[in-house]
Write a protein that binds this ligand. Sequence first.
Ligand code: NAD
Length: 292
Amino acid sequence: LPEQEAFDIEYWLLEEAKLQRMPKPKSLAGKVAFVTGGAGGIGRATAARLVGEGACVVFADIDQAALESTEADFVKKYGADAVRSVRLDVTREDAVIASFAEASVEFGGVDILVSNAGIASSAPIEVTELSTWNRNIDILATGYFLVSREAFRLFRRQALGGNIVFVASKNGLAASPNASAYCTAKAAEIHLARCLALEGADAGIRVNTVNPDAVLRGSKIWSGEWREQRAASSKIEVDELEEHYRKRSMLKLNVFPEDIAEAVYFLASDLSAKSTGNIINVDAGNVQSFTR
Ligand code: NAD
């Protein structure tokens, strides 16, 4: 190489190395995220991922005790300015409207909604009570509708675009035995997200879905009767469940709340700026639903 050219290359390599050592700005700095079910396993892990990227987070959950301890933990770790909590039942229209108004006043707006609050129930159709069916539809399908509607109203007023991520479920795509109410409500969430992606695109509002497969650790759903019911439906013992899910995955791995949080973060950030109406399945490659 001529002397000048060699010098230039060395110069640019040094400049690039310098840039790589510089602290990167946090990707969600200045953003506000509203996370429903924020005091549960996946919601909490998601909130931690978003706060870690510089976002302020509003935890919205029906479980007062879990909300208080989650808020206290986050305030200790990230400071009081980054965190608020609001007790919210996502099935109550007036409460949803009030909680968005409150978040908006507290933080001056909302940029990201993570709709994640949920329950799960399992029973064969012949013994599924109407009240159980309605509870699944109310919390999952209607709850996701109510918080999305409020986010849309706010996003349109703010005129800054917006971002919605649904935590739905693989069970919304693939049927699972003895869980018709839950699976149907989850399918409704997935389709709602697609409809909203279409409606929001002109205003720069993106709407995407993350479908977790079984996340046993940290989930309150899995600490209840769902655990026994899932084991019974798969004809295995409760303590075999994790291995069961691991074995049926292509990657032979279990899925954890942090794995879901990573996918939510991707969709909530500009990393996915050109994705809307899409689904990320976080299931380590579930062979069962892959082959259907
Ligand atoms: P979790 O029980 O730990 O968290 C759910 C949270 O939602 C809880 O804190 C609960 O108090 C809250 N909640 C329930 N009803 C509510 C209501 N009416 N209003 C407001 N908050 C309410 O469970 P998780 O595993 O973290 O589940 C989070 C989401 O992920 C749910 O939508 C669930 O269906 C979905 N999901 C979970 C799994 C899994 O295996 N854990 C798999 C697929 C999908």
